[in-house]
Design a protein around this ligand. Structure first.
Ligand SMILES: [Zn+2]
Length: 461
């Protein structure tokens, strides 16, 4: 994995923006459109003197879950639907009421920015997503955004003046469930996907991403790019979605990176033939070939210490009386190391080609999505580590990589980034039973609050 020299550049670039000579003046002159007449700088606060309101956070999580309530404890809130529009309105109203200005960019990414003393600095962001999987839960992504909302509320009611502006970001279509390109909003912002390419992606009904944005009024005017809308940092609080914290009895995860992942679609081309009249030795059975490929890919992934999943499998013509002529299936391949994942993709294609040949079939591949593994910014990881130590002690947290893709992968290429995990009950996510306790959610937001304040101090030093 690369060490991303960009990180150093970003942080180094921020420092001269606050010359030490002028800093005292900046603090004295700080004005803030919050309530109350007396303003205090974050510097005067020990970060633990301001507290998260755990009940308010919990209430927000359950209140907003009405938009997409799946009646089984979960949330179905696909991106840019009416439900998504409603939670977006709530986001704007709630954050405007506590002194934020909400910007919407060309792909519907929302940036609620609370002013800082030095408006020449880009905002320190707390970002995640409010969209869910079709049978999703109340916490995946949502905790990161609503945690950010809670942090802003706490800063507001305590009249805290930070040096940098602080933002809450709601990234569009993180799940990739409706428009099949995961982390789409942050990918456009990060320059990984062109705006026009993103606009042309269609959902299953043929609605383009652009049309969907327009329909709910979220085709914003702000340029969807880190260039014109930069961030000083991006911190993402997220549920772990895995079993490590729970199994090791830890309450916080300091996330030091994200593993490499991506999707390859395999299409096996055989011949559709009458199943009664075509002898067994004269067949080109695409389904038979595909079902021989899948276990071999699984064994290869285990041997490489990576992960493989076949999640989509379609057979044509799907008739009990016909030898299947065409099968298309997806292969998700993941590994902590970029090179090792590249090798897994290569081996998958070799396995499929070998089996296809044995079964008299042909095979073609489409690499539809790749997310390179990243190591998060050392200063960000260090800051989260310090906060975790303060909150739960050395034995209360674990440092680990994320096993799932997150918007933080995209931001990490353009600003110092890291993530904070809280335990997921049973390691379950993307399911209505997804659950994190109120205590754990509150602790995570407390960590987010302290991290932001600490990082603000570090970059204004
Ligand atoms: Zn998520």
């Amino acid at each position: 994995m690369s060490s991303h020299p960009m990180f150093k550049t970003c942080v180094a670039h921020l420092r001269p923006a606050v010359p030490s000579r002028g800093r005292a003046q900046v603090w004295r002159q700080a004005t803030f459109h919050g309530r109350g007449a007396r303003y205090q700088s974050a510097r005067q606060f020990a970060s633990h003197s301001v507290k998260v309101n755990g009940q308010r956070l919990w209430d927000s999580i359950h209140h907003t879950a009405q938009w997409g309530d799946s009646q089984d404890g979960g949330v179905k809130r696909l991106t840019l639907t009416d439900e998504d529009q409603k939670v977006r309105s709530w986001f704007t109203e709630t954050l405007t009421a506590v002194g934020c200005k909400v910007k919407v960019d060309q792909v519907g990414n929302m940036f609620a920015v609370r002013p800082g003393a030095n408006m020449a600095l880009p905002p320190i962001a707390m970002g995640s997503h409010l969209d869910t999987q079709p049978a999703g839960g109340k916490f995946d992504g949502i905790l990161g955004v609503l945690g950010g909302v809670e942090v802003i509320r706490v800063l507001h009611e305590n009249n805290v003046v930070t040096q940098a502006p602080i933002a809450v970001v709601n990234w569009t279509n993180e799940e990739g469930a409706r428009f099949n390109s995961g982390m789409l909003g942050s990918s456009v912002w990060g320059g990984m996907i062109d705006l026009d390419e993103a606009y042309s992606i269609q959902d299953v009904e043929g609605t383009t991403f652009r049309a969907a944005l327009e329909r709910i009024g979220y085709l914003g005017s702000e340029g969807a790019s880190h260039k014109n809308n930069p961030l000083a940092a991006h911190f993402e609080l997220h549920i772990e979605q895995g079993p490590v914290l729970e199994d090791t009895n830890k309450t916080l995860g300091v996330v030091n990176g994200v593993q490499a992942m991506g999707w390859t679609y395999v299409t096996v081309h055989g011949h559709s033939q009458h199943c009664g009249t075509t002898p067994m030795d004269r067949r080109n059975d695409a389904l038979l070939a595909a079902t021989k490929m899948i276990p071999q890919i699984n064994v290869m992934a285990r041997e490489t210490e990576g992960m493989s999943t076949v999640g989509v499998f379609n057979s044509e013509p799907s008739s009990p009386g016909t030898v299947p002529g065409k099968v298309r299936f997806s292969v998700d391949l993941e590994h902590l190391d970029n090179d090792a994942r590249d090798l897994m993709v290569k081996r998958t294609k070799e396995i499929c080609a070998e089996v296809a040949e044995q079964e008299g079939c042909q095979v073609t591949f489409e690499d539809t999505w790749v997310s390179r593994g990243v190591r998060f910014n050392p200063l960000c990881v260090e800051t989260v580590t310090e906060v975790a130590e303060e909150l739960v002690g050395k034995d209360g947290f674990v440092t680990l990589p994320a096993g799932a893709g997150h918007d933080s992968v995209n931001t990490s290429h353009h600003c110092p980034t890291s993530m904070i995990f809280v335990p997921s009950k049973g390691g379950i996510s993307h399911h209505p039973s997804e659950w994190s306790t109120q205590e754990h959610c509150t602790l995570g937001v407390e960590a987010l609050l302290r991290t932001v304040l600490k990082f603000d101090k570090k970059i204004s030093r």
